[in-house]
Write a protein that binds this ligand. Structure first.
Ligand code: BDR
Ligand code: CA
Length: 320
């Protein structure tokens, strides 16, 4: 990229969201102009404070953080009990990140209003990257009929074709607010990249990588290492990966794919979201063989280059 790409991240910070924020805040090709938060990995208050703390840690405390929805757009809560309880041994996040907690307040404008007004006034392309439940994005689409048209590029972490994590058929971000996700995929965004578990489970980061990140001695290197170590511990406990002592850092792969698109391998298909059924709610239905006869509405990442991803983290976090 010749000039810095403007970017907004919508997140439920969480350990992998935190690494995504660090990468977006520090990568020289990106200009992270703001962050919006949503419930998900933890209640909204914690995801907001975690986002602010992450930006402060890496010296980017001037980036505004706008708090968004505290619950799904239709349901009063998740579709059912979560697979793990917060702060249990298999929780790869914990309510609070393993970094110093900031007391900087969130911006006074709420997330959905700020998203709509920012895109209304935009004079250059701003990528929108939701890496949590899609509630804020669905609310923006519902409130402003032109919102989808105004967003030039949407990069979503969510879903899974061969892999589920919250249930056998559903990935957490989509499952957490299935009606929101269904409306976003049906909204007509013109350039959608979906980064599902199929790709993120190929981009595993190991304990040895954490040692290398920590050895950088920078706030980002040390902070990212602490977050990823927590993930490896959680995954080792309950969902061991094919590479021993490793974990996916889902959300950060979206940022890497924005900077270097060839880090992921994609195919275009139609994606819809199932909103009902005890076993199927939250499933991304990816029509790999065109059975539904609908035009593709997204590029879907099915593979990723783990070593290039880790190299980008190391190089970016060495600098600050
Ligand atoms: C997604 O769910 C969350 O737990 C992670 O932060 C990531 O966005 C992975 O399923
Ligand atoms: Ca997330």
């Amino acid at each position: 990229m010749s000039e810095r790409r403007q970017l907004i991240i919508d997140c439920d910070t969480g350990t992998d969201d935190a690494v995504a924020l660090m990468l977006a805040a520090l990568h020289p090709a990106l200009d992270l102009i703001g962050v919006t938060t949503v419930f998900g990995n933890a209640p909204l208050e914690a995801t907001t404070i975690n986002s602010i703390s992450t930006l402060d840690l890496v010296g980017r405390g001037e980036i505004p953080v706008h708090a968004g929805l505290a619950r799904p757009i239709v349901r009063s809560a998740f579709p059912s009990q979560r697979r793990f309880t917060a702060d249990s041994a298999d929780d790869p996040h914990g309510t609070w990140l393993p970094i110093e907690r900031s007391d900087r307040p969130a911006a006074s404008t709420k997330a959905v209003e700020w998203l709509i007004e920012t895109y209304r006034a935009a004079t250059q392309p701003i990528t929108l990257m939701p890496i949590g439940p899609l509630s804020n994005i669905a609310a923006a689409v519902a409130l402003e009929p032109k919102f989808a048209e105004w967003v030039p590029q949407l990069i979503i972490m969510g879903g899974g074709h061969e892999v589920g994590n919250e249930t056998p058929s559903a990935e957490f971000n989509i499952w957490a607010d299935p009606e929101a996700a269904a409306s976003v995929f049906a909204a007509g965004f013109r350039d959608v990249l979906l980064v599902p578990l199929d790709a993120t489970h190929k981009a595993l980061v190991t304990r040895a990588d954490c040692t290398a990140l920590e050895a950088l001695g920078t706030p980002a290197g040390i902070g990212a290492a602490a977050c990823i170590q927590k993930r490896v511990a959680g995954y080792e406990y309950s969902q061991k990966m094919v590479v021993p002592e490793s974990a996916p850092v889902h959300d950060a792969l979206c940022v890497a794919a924005l900077v270097e698109p060839s880090i992921v391998t994609t195919r275009r298909h139609h994606v819809a979201v199932e909103v009902s059924g005890e076993l199927t709610v939250g499933r991304t239905v990816i029509d790999t063989h065109g059975r539904g006869r609908k035009e593709p509405n997204a590029a879907i990442a099915f593979n990723a280059d783990a070593r290039r991803f880790v190299a980008m983290l190391l190089e970016t976090f060495a600098a600050k």
